[in-house]
Design a protein around this ligand. Structure first.
Ligand code: CP
Length: 292
């Protein structure tokens, strides 16, 4: 029975912790595994990407596989071929399929018809591969995950939702502080707040993300910047967290908007480790899903 990774909720707690341990091992010895053994993994990008493409492409190569990057305009999908037929054809050639797209239902449709594992490389609703890398970063920093408190400030978006779902599995309390009209839906026991200072009080991690995502209507950007202004992550906000607190951001960042340059490039951030950890976490995920 093939396994997909669409929201992160597909993993058990034990699987998640084993995956993070395995990712740590692969980070210390990147060529230790040739789990993909010349097999191909298709990576469909219907939205732009820097980190996701880099980390999957490099990680698949490190596992001895062949990454096949497919941009939307290169596929017959762009001329109306269905996701169902695309899934049937891809499944005859590759060991797994990653897709980045807008509506989450499109990913579910691909997964329903593919006979190989399908991986969510970001949809408007979920970004679980990012959450795996985030937890790996916390595990490296704190040595364990159970009992940590992560405060996410800003838009209650796909990154926040995946942090809530995957963080809960690992015993991390996730607080999400957003303006009233931009709150995360009640999910996975996340603590939903509106005051960013209340959210970060004594937290171990303070996390933020862009205020205008790829899935958001560009015409709302000005209004979003006005509404989110009180949620920006600066040293003053970080000072309200625990003395050992670290700052995370899934990137791309807009210094001077949702985060100050002082935090983004400062001593308390682990943002660049977090970006690297995408590769290691996804390699462990590929091993798990492809049965290697
Ligand atoms: N964090 C993240 O997914 O980055 P990209 O959009 O560049 O892939």
């Amino acid at each position: 029975m093939k396994r997909d990774f669409l929201t992160g909720a597909e993993l058990s707690r034990d699987e998640l912790l084993a995956l993070l341990r395995r990712a740590g091992k692969l980070k210390s010895d990147p060529y230790a595994s040739s789990a993909l053994g010349k097999r191909t993994v298709a990576l469909i990008f219907r939205r732009p990407s820097t980190r996701t493409r880099l980390s999957f492409e490099a990680g698949i190569a490190e596992l001895g596989g062949h990454p096949m990057v497919l941009r939307a305009d290169e596929l017959q999908l762009s001329r109306g071929e269905s996701l169902r037929d695309t899934a049937y054809v891809l499944s005859r050639h590759v060991a797994a399929i990653g897709m980045r797209t807008g509506p989450h239902e499109q990913l579910e449709e691909l997964a329903e018809h593919a006979s190989v594992p399908v991986i969510n490389m970001l949809t408007a609703e979920h970004h679980p591969c990012q959450a795996l890398a985030d937890l790996l970063t916390l595990w490296e920093e704190f040595g364990s995950l159970e009992g940590l408190t992560l405060a996410y400030v800003g838009d209650g978006n796909n990154v926040a939702r995946s942090l809530a779902i995957v963080g809960r599995l690992a015993g991390v309390t996730v607080r999400v502080a957003s303006p009233p009209d931009y709150q995360l839906d009640p999910v996975a026991d996340a603590v939903l707040l509106s005051d960013p200072r209340e959210a970060v009080q004594d937290a171990d991690i303070v996390y933020t993300d862009v205020w205008v995502s790829m899935s958001d209507d560009a015409s709302t950007a000005q209004e979003r910047r006005r509404v989110f202004a009180p949620y920006w992550l600066d040293d003053a906000l970080l000072d309200l967290a625990a003395p050992h607190a670290i700052a995370l951001h899934c990137l791309p960042a807009h210094p001077g908007e949702e985060i100050t340059a002082e935090v983004l490039y400062g001593k308390r951030q682990r943002i660049w480790d977090q970006a690297e950890n995408r590769r290691h976490a996804q390699k462990a995920l590929l091993e798990l899903l492809t049965g290697a």
